[in-house]
Design a protein around this ligand. Structure first.
Ligand SMILES: Cc1cc2nc3c(=O)[nH]c(=O)nc-3n(C[C@H](O)[C@H](O)[C@H](O)COP(=O)(O)O)c2cc1C
Length: 188
């Protein structure tokens, strides 16, 4: 896959099969992530690999939040929500070390976003799908606690779920973008 093809073909997958992901691909993706541009070489990114036990605890927290917002859940909803959070074989929390200076923080967020994209593109290049999620559970204080992240010093920018599409998500189409003429302008 050349770079342009990787950039334009990557698409978010929302449900994953149980098929495991090769550790080599994860290591490569993390290397790609830290190769992202970062102003002043602040290396503002941190990556927390979430193991099975913590993933299951986060899934339970997610179900609790869903019950709070929706009331009771059907068995089918519980199954689907468990699959959504507990199903992906790889979950990595990407976080940003928080600088005291507001402008540096903004630039560091941009750098961490580039790192997250590098991570997903490297996986994609190895045939592995992913999803960047900023759902409520990724921002919950209990999640910070479970991951050992001090929210005063570091902010979770998202979870990257990764693996292979579940059978009914294999044919996911990339959502179309607005045409270039609507988003590109030229000045003389
Ligand atoms: C900062 C950020 C946060 C995102 N959070 C979520 C999320 O919480 N839930 C979700 O379904 N998708 C999330 N996405 C994925 C987008 O929905 C997805 O990229 C978009 O639909 C375009 O699809 P594509 O990635 O296949 O091109 C997020 C993407 C970004 C960049």
């Amino acid at each position: 896959m050349d770079t342009f093809e990787a950039l334009t073909s990557r698409t978010t997958i929302h449900r994953f099969s149980e098929e495991p992901v090769d550790e080599t691909s994860i290591d490569r993706a993390l290397e790609a992530a830290v190769a992202a541009p970062n102003h002043k070489l602040t290396n503002p990114w941190r990556f927390t690999r979430i193991g099975d036990e913590t993933q299951q605890s986060i899934t339970e927290l997610y179900l609790e939040l869903k019950r709070e917002s929706k009331g009771s859940l059907t068995d089918e909803q519980v199954r689907e929500y468990r699959q959504k959070i507990g199903g992906p074989p790889v979950v990595i929390a990407v976080s940003q070390v928080l600088d005291d200076d507001a402008f540096r923080r903004k630039e560091d967020y941009a750098a961490v976003a580039c790192a997250a994209q590098n991570l997903m593109l490297s996986l994609w290049n190895d045939g592995i799908s992913s999803k960047w999620s900023t759902g409520s559970v990724t921002r919950h204080q209990e999640t910070y606690h479970m991951l050992g992240i001090d929210a005063d010093r570091e902010e979770i920018v998202g979870f990257i779920f990764a693996g292979f599409p579940r059978d009914d998500h294999r044919d996911t189409q990339k959502p179309p973008r607005e045409p270039l003429e609507d988003v590109v302008r030229e000045v003389p």
